[in-house]
Ligand binder design. Structure first.
Ligand code: AMP
Length: 186
């Protein structure tokens, strides 16, 4: 079975970790837009040069550029064969609307961790965009923009909420259960 999942969660909710594990479990490629952008920055590619300052400041890269990046990625063979676990996209209402037009998917899974808990978790991560101003900017963006993307998909009945508090193993089990409850066992 091919699975196509979109993961939501505040920065620091364990989204990246869980995306990796779900990818392994369901045999679907993990697509992290943040990772793709960080790779582009590290390579010094044209995209990387355009986005470095924005990413380091914890702001959102333009919808237009992100859509180009994701559209391109979804055309790769591994996605055609294995589906995807999408991590970090969509982050705005415009991106969510574009995604629905771009590709069918099975489910959006929202990993719920409260604001205060993620702030504490993120301070111990050490990425170049994990300084206090960028953390605040990313969390604010989540509240003002990403929640609208989530609400849009929710209105289409595409979202399931999962409690993200607890040990990673525990959260992973909840995620698999929630996904299989909706889609059937892998
Ligand atoms: P992440 O690893 O998901 O926390 O993403 C790191 C950074 O990459 C974000 O703070 C944004 O600057 C940028 N980014 C990743 N995904 C998106 C997206 N879908 N739209 C806009 N910017 C993004």
């Amino acid at each position: 079975m091919t699975i196509r999942i979109v993961l939501f969660g505040r920065q620091g909710a364990g989204k990246g970790t869980q995306a990796g594990r779900l990818s392994e479990h369901f045999g679907a490629p993990h697509i992290s837009t943040g990772e793709m952008l960080r790779d582009a920055v590290a390579e010094g590619s044209e995209v990387g040069q355009r986005v470095k300052a924005i990413v380091d400041a914890g702001q959102l890269v333009s919808d237009e550029l992100m859509l180009d990046v994701i559209q391109d990625r979804l055309e790769h063979d591994d996605v055609q064969r294995g589906g995807f676990i999408l991590d970090g996209f969509p982050r705005t209402l415009a991106q969510a609307e574009a995604l629905v037009d771009l590709t069918p998917f099975d489910l959006a899974v929202n990993i719920e961790v409260p604001y205060e808990v993620v702030v504490e978790r993120m301070q111990s991560r050490g990425r170049s965009d994990d300084h206090p101003e960028a953390i605040t900017a990313r969390l604010n963006t989540y509240e003002t923009q990403t929640l609208m993307a989530l609400a849009f998909l929710s209105s289409k009945g595409l979202v399931v909420d999962v409690d993200g508090i607890g040990e990673p193993d525990e959260v992973f089990e909840r995620l698999v259960k929630a996904i299989e409850a909706r889609l059937g066992p892998a």
